[in-house]
Ligand binder design. Structure first.
Ligand code: CO
Length: 332
């Protein structure tokens, strides 16, 4: 079986000192520790321990070979989005990381591909950067699932997504900057509890904000982590839509009507959850994703899908590579 992982991340070994360039504090940077290890820093604070697979394609390809992964799509780590910064700074930041991402993928015999990032707080800048990224070889664009208090709805987001549809640039939505604040600050609950809620919030906002009613059906959009808590709670959402008019928002149809307008990755870490994804979304709308090489990623890449006892062989082949090959226009 061919295997194409659509959800993995990169970090450059080092990059411009944005703090010095822009004269503002708390930009992310890499504190290299030697021996292939580094600490991703936010200003003076440790954010996440990382290792050389993030920046060294040889290390990445060796680990892909170990687990039988043929191709991988790399995307930025959401902490690099800079949506809270002035838009011109975020654009500069996006261009730096987009160009480095292409360098990481170069000379890997078409095994690594990359998604661009954009300064989503500015729709004109974002549209221009998507077009530049397409022309320079990115296979799609990754966006964070909100800009400050703005969920995934509204005129600006619709215009951006419409531009992506017209450019045939697939969109991958990644949760970041999670809800919950102090109450989820312990035990990595920001990742295990808030992150799935963020993704659910995004899908619900798009549906009830009427985004799918307004944007072209040509738009290809995929949400990370199996859609977070969306699929499991779809019945609750549907019930609210049917029985309370204030729960309907601007959507013309009940939420379940829109399941054929988006895709989800397979990063759910549980066979029963994978079966539910396939049952609800259909086997054509789930794509293999690992969250490699971060600590909460799938430790043995591909195992959940390839060893599933609850989905068919045909579904496995589609999820592991076929669906993503069509979605991103990648030859497998
Ligand atoms: Co991720």
């Amino acid at each position: 079986m061919k295997v194409l992982d659509i959800h993995s991340h990169f970090l450059p070994a080092k990059w411009d000192d944005f703090g010095a360039r822009f004269g503002t504090p708390d930009w992310p940077w890499m504190r290299q520790l030697g021996d292939g290890k580094a600490m991703l820093m936010i200003g003076d604070t440790d954010f996440r321990p990382v290792y050389s697979a993030c920046w060294d394609p040889d290390v990445r390809l060796a680990e892909m070979d170990r687990d039988g992964v043929d191709q991988q799509i790399i995307s930025a780590t959401p902490i690099l989005f800079a949506y809270e910064r002035p838009a011109a700074q975020a654009l500069y930041c996006a261009q730096v990381f987009n160009d480095i991402a292409l360098d990481i993928c170069a000379n890997t015999c078409n095994r690594l591909h990359t998604l661009a990032q954009v300064p989503l707080q500015d729709i004109d800048f974002s549209c221009k950067e998507v077009s530049r990224a397409k022309n320079s070889g990115h296979v799609g664009v990754q966006i964070g699932n909100h800009v400050g208090p703005k969920n995934m709805e509204g005129e600006g987001l619709v215009a951006f997504l419409q531009h992506c549809a017209e450019e045939d640039m697939p969109v991958f939505v990644h949760p970041w900057d999670m809800v919950g604040g102090e109450r989820t600050s312990k035990y990595m609950m920001g990742w295990t509890v808030s992150m799935p809620a963020e993704t659910q919030l995004s899908i619900v906002s798009m549906i009830l904000g009427g985004v799918f009613d307004r944007v072209s059906p040509k738009l290809k959009i995929c949400f990370a982590h199996g859609g977070g808590s969306f699929v499991f709670l779809l019945g609750r959402l549907e019930n609210a839509w049917l029985h309370r008019d204030i729960a309907r928002g601007q959507s013309k149809h009940p939420p379940s009507h829109y399941l054929n307008r988006f895709y989800l990755d397979s990063a759910v870490f549980d066979d029963g959850a994978l079966r539910l994804l396939v049952e609800k979304m259909g086997e054509d709308r789930v794509m293999f994703g690992t969250d490699y090489p971060f600590p909460l990623g799938e430790q043995e890449m591909g195992k959940l899908v390839s060893e599933s006892r609850q989905i068919s062989q045909t579904a496995k082949e589609k999820i592991l590579a076929g669906n993503a090959a069509k979605f991103f226009g990648i030859k497998i």
